[in-house]
Write a protein that binds this ligand. Sequence first.
Ligand code: NAD
Length: 272
Amino acid sequence: NLQSTTALSSGYSMPWLGLGVYKVQEGQEVIDSVKAAISHGYRSIDTAALYGNEEGVGQAVRESGVPREDLFITTKVWNSDQGYDSTLAAFEKSINKLGMDYVDLYLVHWPVMGKYKDTWKALEKLQKDGKVRSIGVSNFQVHHLEDLMKDAQVKPAVNQVELHPLLSQIELREYCKSQGIQVEAWAPLAQGHLLDNEVLADIGAKYGKSIAQIILRWDIQSGIVTIPKSVKEHRIIENADIFDFELMPADMEQINGLNQNHRFGGDPDNVN
Ligand code: NAD
């Protein structure tokens, strides 16, 4: 169900499904969507300093009536704050905006060349100090992970990357699996670009599920944490209604076959 989790290398566990809040407006919009999600059983929220809505996320969490320790809150250090001291300072800003004593997962948002190793040292310090339970990265390719782990004391618990049926990231997933790094999908719904896909629609018809639900179920059956974004309550409910059916192997294979290595978002090898 919505509260089922995956065990991270940090020793903590993370829900398979969460709510993404990229481009959700600070203030009432983010407060309403986070509260709606929590009231419908979501326990994981994915924000970032970049999104500019950490205050609203924190307020929604406090008003949700669900104890803080039952929730899993992720935020991220933005590119312009990378480096050791600047990351520690950015974290203080984020935690103050969230109004929390700790975050569950702190991520390096993008692999900024020449900086991400110092950024990582700051994350290791924050974890050691108990301010962050698990530390991870986002948008790291295999070569970034290999380079980071040459010097790291702690392995990333999570790598959050663009991942959907048009960009299934097979090699990266296999590498992460071999390293005990949990893969998490951003833009799982390809930011809306797959919602008229005929293969997915046909599979959906067989199970009485929407295209969004088929994709999110494919994520979870593939061992991928997923964080679809919606501000509409009926879609927030729909996106979580994926725990009462199972895709058959042939359907999983058909979805795997949709891969085109197509990115809608930025290129991790060309981060400004
Ligand atoms: P997404 O793939 O989750 O698509 C979201 C869009 O799909 C919504 O705006 C809505 O228009 C549509 N949608 C959602 N549910 C639907 C449904 N049931 N039926 C029809 N349409 C539906 O895209 P996203 O928001 O970019 O990604 C999800 C989350 O991943 C973000 O909110 C953010 O938290 C995270 N993210 C991280 C990074 C990163 O660099 N780490 C980058 C982008 C996004």
